[in-house]
Design a protein around this ligand. Sequence first.
Ligand SMILES: Nc1ncnc2c1ncn2[C@@H]1O[C@H](COP(=O)(O)OP(=O)(O)OP(=O)(O)O)[C@@H](O)[C@H]1O
Ligand SMILES: [Mg+2]
Length: 250
Amino acid sequence: MTAPDETPLLRVTALHKHFGALHVLRGLDLEVPRGEVTVVLGGSGTGKSVLMRQIASLDTPDSGSITFDGQELVGLGERELLPFRRRMGMVFQGSALFDSLTVFENVAFPLRQHSDFGSAAIRERVMTLLTALEIAHAAKKLPSEISGGMQKRTAIARALALDTELIIYDEPTSGLDPVVSRAVDDLIRKTSEDFNVTSLVVSHDIQSVLRIAQRVAYLHEGRVLFWGPPADMLKSPAPQLTRYLEAAGM
Ligand SMILES: Nc1ncnc2c1ncn2[C@@H]1O[C@H](COP(=O)(O)OP(=O)(O)OP(=O)(O)O)[C@@H](O)[C@H]1O
Ligand SMILES: [Mg+2]
């Protein structure tokens, strides 16, 4: 038997998801090892966001299994999912902040909803996160008053607010300029190390994958066509992957 800590934090097995006649996930298998940054790569419309939504239990698959820390999530009711929701944070495509709430209140939101922290404890936790992510000076600002990179930092702080073990980032650098994108990439890696979280990142950007990923999963036609270290991906003989990498200039 493997020791519990050696089991992947997340394991997806034979996952299927249809939308009407569209078969998006077609028996997808994926492992996300603890403490690593895993990047999910794949063309537009291959089902990356759909997969992330199933993992975060925001939507239910047609069949298959998703285990988090060895426990099955598929089939759980909203009440039974609550303790797992506290252990996962999500940074959506776009930052999905609450426009009418300040940076501080955005980060405090999950604590007010899902913890029994009092206001002093919330304040301390939020300010610790904002300081770590270097946006404490913007605590009182609204999302519309800060830059895209700062919005992303706020979304990351919010995703970290509870006792997060897994952060899911859906295209965290889309819409950001190259310099800010690079800063966000570095932040993902640093967040992973400093907060000891496992990260699952959806990306289009090969350069960013090579910079931050310890593991890459390449999605093609609803399945994982390649899974392994980025250096091995570059050597993969799979023609679909070779074409993708060539198109990306590799
Ligand atoms: N709620 C839904 N209802 C119907 N079809 C959907 C739904 N969500 C996603 N789809 C379809 O599933 C497919 C996969 O979508 P998904 O958003 O996962 O792609 P993606 O890989 O994230 O693409 P991108 O890189 O452009 O974000 C697309 O064809 C999309 O139109
Ligand atoms: Mg997407």
